[in-house]
Design a protein around this ligand. Sequence first.
Ligand SMILES: [Zn+2]
Length: 101
Amino acid sequence: MPEICPKCGLLKDICACDVLEKEESQRIKVYSTKKRFGKLVTIVEGLEKDVLDKTAKELKHKLACGGTAKDGSIVLQGDHKDKIKSLLVSMGYSEHSITVR
Ligand SMILES: [Zn+2]
């Protein structure tokens, strides 16, 4: 018996709900904030845990800045908001999943 998707009523084979859900669930947020002593840092949130370290390393390298990856987010020294989106896109992230505040 063919499986029917409960969401859209289409056969599981042709339904795209899983794919949409995955794209939807990956929302990357980029913003900068002031840390102690008034230093600016840029935060990248919403990346998957297994790529967090790798992405942090690459961003640090490309932006030539210091930073850390922990608790599901990347903290980069300095304000790099305007550059991070295009860097993430060049790493293969969808432009639409990235929100810069
Ligand atoms: Zn469906």
